[in-house]
Design a protein around this ligand. Structure first.
Ligand code: G3P
Ligand code: CA
Length: 372
């Protein structure tokens, strides 16, 4: 056995077995899982600059140099895995005009052929006229297969996939379906295989896929199906996750917006937070994905679950922390100072600059290169 292997095996056993990972060790912990440190996770692609979860968004994130393409996985009525965040199609497609009688139906009530008739880009042009592009009109909902094609298509940089089982109780068996698809596409190949030999980037190595979920049951099923693939348990304060100190609902609170309400929500106790981290570890996760309170507020701002003591506790368990979802430099700095190991962001271009890994070309140039 080579000496280097012995040394890294010893380090990993210290980190994972005995816990007590200190700041200097976290780099080694991430490296042991094949995960960049710190990691740039492009949330629904480069979704600040292009319609979320579309080819424009994922190609841009890839070409900017993001480590991971993040997606929310669902399954069509006819069994095809595709990416969409919301349960229904109203916010991000023209379902109301194409299928007026079914506009409130869940996305999984549509076949892939029906989903593919929808325009998943024009809503963005209306919502963000300052970033609108005529070429976004008519963009399609993407299957997992199509996102894998995008991830593999840039010879210079191959990002990994960071896949969330979204509302998994709606999709019995989706964990197995996901395993079969990843296996079929060669994304579950072990280190040392053809894919893993390349040194081109995260998408070629051991940490090329990370699986994420808020749901304990789904985490356990993912662990059963794909024990070798790194997993993250997503955390927030609220139903199905960390129990809050106060049971007052947003409606009862009288707060002016949800961000203000969530900013005041905190775990019931220190032990309540710790027990979720401990559960994550016992269920096979290699880290947690906690929420953050954002300086500007807004609809991505939740409870602050990346306080330094929380990150330290998580590291002490031998787990990583990937925080969601942060777009502003002031917050990148804040959560970095607090000790996180990676950030979900809609603005991969800005996070890459923050991490001193700026893209070689501008957002506008890269969009143009891809025909947008
Ligand atoms: O997956 C991490 C983060 O994306 C969780 O929030 O609602 O954007 O999926 P959401
Ligand atoms: Ca997600």
């Amino acid at each position: 056995m080579p000496a280097t292997f012995t040394k890294s095996a010893l380090m990993l056993s210290l980190l994972l077995g005995l816990g007590q990972a200190h700041a200097a060790d976290v780099d080694a912990l991430a490296a042991a899982h094949g995960i960049p440190h710190p990691a740039v996770i492009a949330h629904r692609g480069a979704s600040f600059d292009a319609p979320e979860s579309t080819a424009a968004s994922y190609k841009l994130a890839r070409d900017l140099g993001a480590d991971y393409l993040e997606m929310d996985l669902q399954r069509s009525k006819d069994g095809v895995l595709f990416a969409l965040h919301d349960n229904n199609l109203q916010r991000t497609t023209d379902v109301a005009s194409k299928f007026p009688d079914r506009k409130d139906s869940p996305a999984n009530a549509f076949t892939l052929a029906e989903l593919k008739t929808l325009d998943a880009g024009s809503w963005y042009n209306k919502a963000y006229p300052d970033r609108a592009r005529a070429s976004y009109a008519g963009l399609k909902i993407l299957t997992l297969d199509e996102i894998i094609d995008i991830a593999q298509a840039n010879a210079q940089h191959k990002p990994g996939l960071y896949i969330e089982t979204k509302e998994p109780q709606l999709f019995p068996g989706i964990e197995k379906d996901l395993k079969e698809k990843l296996q079929d596409r060669g994304w579950l190949s072990p280190a040392g295989s053809k894919l893993a030999k390349s040194e081109l980037g995260v998408g070629q190595g051991k940490g090329k896929v990370i699986l994420q979920t808020f749901e304990k049951n789904s985490l356990e099923l993912l662990q059963k199906e794909m024990p070798q693939v790194p997993k993250i348990l997503l955390l927030w304060v609220g139903e199905g996750s960390i129990e809050p100190k106060s049971k007052v609902t947003f409606a009862e609170s009288g707060e002016k917006d949800k961000a203000t309400y969530y900013a005041k929500q905190e775990p019931k106790s220190k032990a309540e937070f710790q027990q979720w981290v401990e559960y994550a570890k016992s269920a096979g996760a290699i880290g947690t994905g906690p929420s953050a309170a954002l300086t500007k507020g807004g609809d991505q701002s939740y409870s602050d679950l990346v306080q330094p003591w929380m990150n330290q506790y998580t590291h002490d368990q031998g787990l990583l922390v990937h925080v969601y979802t942060i777009d502003d430099a002031v917050d990148y700095q804040k959560v970095t100072d607090a000790g996180v190991d990676g950030i979900f962001t809609n603005r991969a271009s800005e996070l890459l600059k923050f991490y001193k890994r700026p893209a070689a070309a501008s957002v506008g140039q890269l969009l143009q290169n891809n025909g947008y």
